[in-house]
Design a protein around this ligand. Sequence first.
Ligand code: BGC
Length: 753
Amino acid sequence: MPTTGPVVDPAALPLERKVSLLSGRDFWSTAPLADAGIPSLVLTDGPHGIRRQDVAAADHLGFHASWPSTCFPPAVAVASSWDPEVAARVGAAIGREARALGVHVVLGPGLNIKRSPLCGRNFEYYSEDPLLSGVLGAAHVRELQAQGVGVSVKHFAVHNQETDRMRVSAEVDERTLREIYLPAFERVVTEARPVMVMTSYNRVNGVPMSQHHRLLADVLRGEWGFEGVVVSDWGGVYDRVAALVAGLDLQMPGPSDANDAKVEQAVRDGKVAEAVVDTGVRRVAALARSLATSDAVAGTAGIPEEEHHALARELAAEGVVLLKNGADVLPLRANSRIAVIGEVAARPLYQGGGSSRINATRADSALEAMRDVGESVRHARGFTTDDACGDGDGVSVELLGEAVGIAADSDVAVVFVAGNGDTEGRDRETLDLPAEQIELIRAVAAAAPRTVVVVSGGGVVSLEGWHDDVDAIVEGWLLGQGGGHAISDVLFGVVNPSGHLAETIPLRLQDTPVYTNFPGEAGHVRYGEGVMVGYRHYETVERAVRYPFGHGLSYTTFATTGMTVEATGDDTATARVTVTNTGDRAGRHVVQAYVATTAGPVRRPARELRAFAKVSLAPGETRVVELALERRAFAYYDVENSRWTVAAGEYRIQIGESAARIVAERSVTLPGDASTKELSLDSSFGEWLGHPVLGPLLRETMAAGMSEERRRASELNSDMIHHVVSVPVRQLLNFPGIELAEQDLVRMLESTR
Ligand code: BGC
């Protein structure tokens, strides 16, 4: 929409008019002020495609109709590609569709961490690892915005469950917040500069995120330099005035006359400075003026359906993870007699429920795609996802019999199963597949010469109870509308699978680090596992899992040799490895670099992903891959001093085929940060003794004040010191025989300043 009026500073407008800019005009757009040259912006979901609705039929849960658009692979699949290029191409295509459909700001991607595999919206999030989430999110945002459209990343922050999502308080300690839950947002905000950040519904340590001054004003804007608009999640403003003061500019949806009136009143009563309103309206107006220009968004031009469907198919294949391939049953041969079993082979499950739901232009069925390639493909439903028999309670003897029949009369059976319950608004209750699907897999595996299982679903499902009965397992997630062809391409080897798990597949739900703390109770969820999320936990406590983070097979093989690591500064290093495709097919390999250390005073996970790169290799081809390890790769968040610190010490750089399988390792010793910790009277005796100036001074002064006899005794008893190292020096004064006064300690401290 072109601007219509003169461009005036919105702060100069009467209070009532400018406040109207701080909440939406309707469900999906911001309020315009035409005579001040401020157009309206259209905001729309979402993370894997455009869900543009007519305002008359608007909703934020995906119930009502939306305009047709392409359903690209959801984040769960993009993450499994471990390829920023895939994320970038998804972002760019969504940007093009946003322009074509008249959308100025796209709501997504979601950058939240998969804390529990049960979170109902995990399909909209990338990974249990913040680096993988951040790198992919940044690529998506950068390319989407390069199309002249804005992005609102979401849901800031610590929004990791659907249960009680609008009230629950995530109780999380500062180090965990900084090391696990914020870094993806931090990377995306600082590197890709989204124009908008959406606050989450939940509270963090008691404070609703829409009014969290510390995280919005101090961290997001202050530390990361975010200059865009902060928008609420839909309906997620609880106290409008507090939210405004904390830095939430735009309340959505709107209008909200009641809240506008509260803001006006607060200004009139002198409780909120008018400058606070001015800052918010200037941000909203600046964004509207920059995005809602006539040439930025074409309106409802239509989308390149064919081209984008082909792209959705190509990108979906990148997210498929080959978990197991016994007896090289895959790839399938076109001339094999193939029994395809399962309703989802014909009626694909390719997206989750809720606000991200796309009215897809079409959806590929794997069955049809397989029929295009295979010479003999027969199908049996096996089970039905209709409610009559799809809730896990009932097994249809007839459907089962039919499936077993064609399986027995085949060379290979491919069973399509699906987890359920991937939706916004509700967490899953179990990792298990419905019982009738497990029974089906087992019955087919017993009858067929070879069995392949293809799993669909937005989050990991348990593979127990049948894993060892089958030859191959393909993790097909939710792949978007091109997923059917993508699966067929992988099954027949048209595409060599190169996806890797972005989340661990545990053996049991009870093994997950959050088991006793998810989804919380009485309005609180305690992040008691701290930084030990996902593989960080399993590797640290050496707990067996079914498939580790980072796992993924290929139809070719790769070798990793010649690893070197060199420090490139006090707190940075570069690792190099040589990777070779040792098989006979072209393939894509992910080099995963983890850092393991015990340096510093905090408990570190056994290893943490700190860099990765995906490379394409022809058969026999060799390449040297270089991975830069930045300061953050070695740092921990030092809560005492509110800063990132690199401790002096040894760091092992490990190249893994997964988080559990390390294939090469080299160490590097880094000087790290000079210790600049300021001591006080509350610092411990041990800390004082370790200080280059205070240590000798303290020893001297104490010795001088002791009787000869006592000094000899304390010298003899070197064990004594162990008993007192953790005593704050101030408390030492309370003990007899310590001839020290508080002034002595204060004088020593002053001598260091
Ligand atoms: C979701 C957001 C979404 C918004 C608008 C909310 O329910 O949490 O992710 O962008 O609705 O549909």
